[in-house]
Write a protein that binds this ligand. Structure first.
Ligand SMILES: *Cc1c(COP(=O)(O)O)cnc(C)c1O
Length: 392
């Protein structure tokens, strides 16, 4: 005897969990209750708002310390961070880069900024991220390892790198992914834009590949307004990342000399000031987001037809955006659910359109993407702001 699935049951749970304050519960809102005003004011009072000042160094040290990565380089946004990561591992025009089909468009865009082509990879259901076993099988059938790297036998292009992305904060299964990539001579760049505060086997995301990107956009776990960071444990890459993102200017008291084509990607001091204050609240945000996820998990447990997505045992997720997966047989009601929730001032939305469905990427090489397609039909994100757990 199975009760019929009813979208109302989802609404009822959300109404019980979320504050009843007459406001729209948005997906993810920033929270500025720490030293944000005072640090930003200090920038204005002293005139240090732009490309120099103490907050940038302090923010970089803070991020490095929190993540346990040796070098953190603050940049203007997460997309710019990805762009530089790709450049630094040697992605050149004409190369291919392995990108999950289930990701935010920035991951694929950054590949194109380098003149390279994204090659789309399927997800696994347990992590939502790149499937190492399926990728291995795919590369075994289409790739050829040569002296200077991995080549796609069908397109003739070199497959230079892979960008696993920790979707909604849930870590990709990095160990098997790293071994596949090593076997095929493919560099690993982590898109950790969504996973500040997420750990794989006890080690922070963004420290499992050669280099990685964070984002501090307004909807991320902490924000600098707009911002991002490059993380790496490699001294040379770290130094080069700093150099290339600060117009490749050579140190000199007054001369403006540059030794390569650099980028003006440095995070302004005023944004870093905001970041320093946010970083002080990060542990608190993470604890509250965890508590909210726990509450969702227990509250959705009795609801038929839908599963609240939880972290793997070997991982710790930051639960950046909470995920509900609708059972396959009810997936055709996804849009009814979205409509019902949004009409009731509970912001919710489906996953991003899969990359190969976007017209500019529809002709790119790809493997079978049936799992990403399945996830994309069934997934909805629900309100996830840390402050939703305040005053409980
Ligand atoms: C947010 C995000 C980015 C890019 O971040 P911006 O700071 O907005 O440029 C990249 N990849 C993923 C998966 C993201 O969620």
């Amino acid at each position: 005897m199975t009760d019929k699935f009813n979208p109302r049951a989802i609404l009822d749970v959300l109404k019980r969990v979320l504050p009843d304050d007459g406001k729209t519960a948005s997906l993810h809102e920033p929270c500025f209750t720490g030293n944000e005003w005072s640090y930003v004011k200090e920038c204005l009072d002293t005139g240090w708002v732009s490309s120099a000042g103490k907050f940038v160094d302090r923010f970089e040290r803070g991020i490095a310390e929190f993540t346990g990565v040796k070098y953190a380089i603050a940049v203007v946004n997460g997309t710019a961070a990805l762009h530089v990561c790709l450049k630094l591992v040697g992605v050149n025009p004409g190369d291919e880069v392995l990108v999950p089909a289930l990701t935010f468009v920035a991951t694929a865009n950054a590949v194109v900024y380098c003149g390279a082509t994204p090659h789309f990879v399927d997800s696994e259901l347990k992590t939502l991220g790149m499937d190492p076993a399926k990728l291995a099988a795919h590369l075994e059938s289409i790739a050829e390892i040569r002296e200077d790297g991995c080549y796609n036998k069908h397109t003739g292009r070199r497959i230079k790198a892979a960008i696993p992305m920790h979707a909604f904060g849930h870590p990709v299964d990095m160990d098997p992914l790293n071994s596949v990539c090593k076997r095929f001579k493919v560099e690993v760049i982590e898109d950790a834009a969504e996973s500040l505060g997420s750990y794989y086997k006890g080690v922070h995301t963004g420290s499992h590949g050669k280099i990685s990107a964070l984002s501090f956009n307004g909807n991320k776990v902490i924000t600098t307004g707009g911002g991002g960071a490059i993380l790496t444990n490699d001294v040379d890459l770290g130094k080069l990342a700093k150099h290339i993102t600060t117009t490749a200017r050579l140190p000199h008291p007054w001369n403006l000399t540059h030794d390569m084509v650099g980028y003006n990607y440095r995070l302004p001091n005023i944004n870093a000031a905001l970041g320093c204050a946010q970083l002080e609240c990060l542990e608190d945000f993470l604890a509250k987001k965890r508590a909210l996820a726990k509450l969702y998990e227990t509250s959705f447990a009795p609801v038929r037809g839908v599963v609240f997505f939880t972290e793997q045992k070997i991982s710790k997720s930051n639960y950046w955006l909470n995920v509900l997966l609708i059972d396959e047989e009810n997936a055709d009601q996804r849009d009814d659910i979205l409509k019902l929730l949004n009409e009731n001032r509970i912001q919710s939305r489906p996953a991003w359109d899969l990359m190969h469905k976007l017209h500019m990427y529809s002709q790119c090489p790809r493997m079978d993407l049936s799992v990403a397609e399945n996830i994309s039909r069934r997934l909805i994100n629900i309100p996830s702001s840390a402050f939703l757990m305040d005053n409980r």
